[in-house]
Design a protein around this ligand. Structure first.
Ligand SMILES: [Zn+2]
Ligand SMILES: [Zn+2]
Length: 229
């Protein structure tokens, strides 16, 4: 969606207030370049003429005008959602700028996933207190069950919550149209803890919650360890 923006340009001297820009309505091929270098932006003609008059009168240098316009582009980049128009490798852009809108969008979910994994690991380390566990396919086990031990990681070393590269991997992977068509160059995220351990009481509550009104089970009780909370 093309969008209109107003910016006040402040060169040394008189500011040009409410200069109108649009973004996204035209991308002229003969002068293709990076969006941050102005591609996809338009500016109203009267403002251009006034800027040229200032150059003519010696108030501004042509280089100042160029800097001014590029700074305005930089300031509008976020608000104009330019990100969506970038067809370059978004990861490369993200790395260059330190972060990106994709990362911003997934920041909270990333933090939550770290917290959830840390809590699962904490429970896993206290088997006396949390003797039962369930996985994503709703199979209930005792924590000592070999079926479950086979899938649990041996140690837990999550990235720091402010680790930009880890956030980048999380966010860009989540954002990939097809998760199997994984963007290349992402660091592997190895902090997933596949089972959630529970106290005896929690396990009973969970079983009740996953039992239908006529007694049908919505979960699976492992035949190997036959848990009976
Ligand atoms: Zn990013
Ligand atoms: Zn089991």
């Amino acid at each position: 969606m093309p969008s209109t923006h107003r910016a006040t340009l402040r060169p040394a001297g008189v500011p040009f207030t409410d200069v109108e820009f649009t973004f996204g309505s035209s991308f002229p091929r003969p002068r293709e370049r990076a969006i941050r270098e102005g591609y996809g932006f338009e500016i109203e003609l009267p403002a251009v003429l006034d800027l040229l008059t200032s150059v003519d009168e010696g108030v501004l240098k042509a280089g100042d005008v160029k800097d001014l316009l590029l700074r305005a582009v930089g300031a509008m980049y976020q608000g104009a959602d330019c990100w969506r128009y970038e067809d370059d490798d978004k990861l490369a852009w993200c790395r260059r700028d330190g972060t990106c809108q994709t990362c911003d969008r997934h920041r909270d979910a990333f933090a939550k996933s770290l917290e959830a994994a840390a809590e699962r690991w904490r429970r896993w380390m206290r088997p006396e207190q949390y003797p039962y566990a369930v996985g994503s396919s709703k199979g209930l086990h005792e924590v000592g069950c070999p079926v479950l031990r086979r899938d649990m990681p041996e140690d837990f070393s999550p990235p720091a919550a402010d680790d930009a590269e880890a956030l980048r991997s999380f966010a860009h992977l989540k954002d990939a149209y097809d998760p199997y068509d994984r963007p290349t160059g992402l660091m592997p995220l190895r902090y997933h803890v596949p089972f959630h351990a529970m106290t005896e009481e929690e396990a009973r509550g969970w079983m009740e919650h996953n039992t239908g009104p006529k007694g049908g089970r919505y979960y699976r009780r492992c035949e190997r360890c036959a848990p009976a909370p």
